[in-house]
Design a binder for this molecule. Structure first.
Ligand SMILES: *Cc1c(COP(=O)(O)O)cnc(C)c1O
Length: 382
């Protein structure tokens, strides 16, 4: 192992995978002032900061309504509750995503039905998903994975024909646009956002939002997030506590103003990767002007993923595996455990996908070191 003979890198030299503090370092005085103002106001729940953030978020995302909620997971959960999905129902979704996408389906008592993904985008295949819609299907959740809007053309029509909603898991895709130019919040009936710290608009704790153009759905979601109450002490339906905090909203308002710059920086990193890695055997993610690159995930052919990750680690470069196993093979979905080979493209992605660091604070010299290290891996004896 030649890698072990090299002197270890000093910590300051390491290229971290995510670095939320570095990304907002320049905004610290402004963020601290906003937090102090909320602390002094005595108003902490669904007040003017949340209302202002929702209006600014809806405008920034090109939709009529944004509803702030407690997390991206809860955004998805509330959407399924609004659609009346329950025991005995099925929801079609992608097997290649973060666990929460399928978890929320099980949480309302329904069964996730997985359709395979597209090999290039690694998003849910809209034809395969449409084919899985049956009499028990009550909704479809597509995933705008890694910051790339999923293709939905045939799927959207199939959902309309079936009379069921199409929701988007846009936790990683704030600001993304589809191939027809529609903003991610207008693809299907609604989209769920997450403000988990490593997402493109990262908060300081948990938070999420739902984007929709559907006025009636927006009203329903606003009720569900406060225990199904239409007014105080009058509960029309059973909801929950799915509120976004004033403190998060005040801080997110400041960061939202910088999102276009950070998205532009992510796009620059992605295009430098495309260029710097073009000569390697890696399968690079396809170019997409509408993508916002929450992750830059390559596929490593020929069983060399672990080797490449180890090589990069020895060079002080962190990588991640998104995602190591299809959701269809998670033990908690045991009763319906899919056979290996049933979703071949997702399974291959799970074996090959490797996420390289991508974030606004990545410097040009770090990026150069990164691409140089990958190229050196492939120049060496394979
Ligand atoms: C982060 C994420 C979620 C969950 O969001 P939380 O805010 O952490 O609850 C759901 N789906 C995807 C694809 C995600 O990346």
């Amino acid at each position: 192992m030649a890698a072990q003979l090299r002197p270890p890198r000093v910590a300051s030299d390491a290229i971290e995978f995510a670095d939320p503090a570095a990304d907002h370092a320049a905004l610290l005085p402004e963020l601290e002032a906003a937090a102090a103002q909320v602390l002094r106001s005595g108003r902490f729940i669904l007040d003017r900061e949340v209302a202002a953030f929702e209006a600014e978020l809806a405008a920034a995302c090109g939709v009529a309504h944004a509803i702030g909620v407690s997390s991206g997971t809860d955004a998805l959960l509330v959407l399924l509750m609004a659609a009346g999905v329950g025991p005995g129902d099925e929801v079609v979704t992608s097997p290649f995503s973060f666990f929460a996408t399928a978890e929320v389906i099980a949480r309302v008592g329904a069964r996730p039905v997985f359709a395979d993904i597209e090999p290039d985008s690694m998003n849910l295949d809209p034809h395969a998903a449409a084919a899985r819609i049956g009499p028990s299907t009550k909704a479809v959740i597509t995933v705008h994975l890694f910051g790339r809007a999923a293709r939905i053309a045939p799927l959207e029509a199939a959902c309309t024909t079936a009379g069921i909603p199409l929701f988007g898991d846009a936790a990683q895709a704030i600001g993304a646009a589809g191939d027809d130019g529609r903003p991610v919040g207008m693809l299907g009936n609604a989209a769920a956002l997450s403000f988990f710290p490593t997402k493109n608009l990262g908060g300081f704790g948990d938070g999420g939002a739902i984007l929709t153009d559907d006025h009636a759905l927006a009203m329903q979601l606003r009720q569900l997030r406060i225990h199904g109450a239409a007014e105080r002490h009058r509960h029309l339906v059973v909801g929950g506590n799915f509120r976004l905090d004033e403190l998060q909203a005040a801080l997110l308002r400041i960061k939202l103003r910088h999102l276009p710059d950070w998205t532009a920086a992510r796009r620059r990193v992605a295009s430098l990767y495309q260029r710097g890695l073009a000569g390697t055997p890696l399968h690079l993610p396809p170019a997409d002007p509408g993508a916002v690159w929450n992750q830059y995930v390559v596929r490593v052919p020929g069983d060399r993923r672990a080797g490449l990750a180890a090589h990069l680690r020895a060079d002080g470069i962190a990588t991640e595996i998104y995602y190591p196993a299809p959701l269809s093979r998670q033990p908690c979905f045991d009763a319906d455990r899919h056979r290996a080979g049933e979703l071949p493209i997702a399974e291959q992605a799970c074996r090959q996908a490797l996420a390289l660091p991508i974030r606004p604070s990545l410097s040009a010299s770090q990026l150069e070191r990164l691409t140089e290290s990958v190229n050196r891996f492939y120049a060496g004896p394979g």
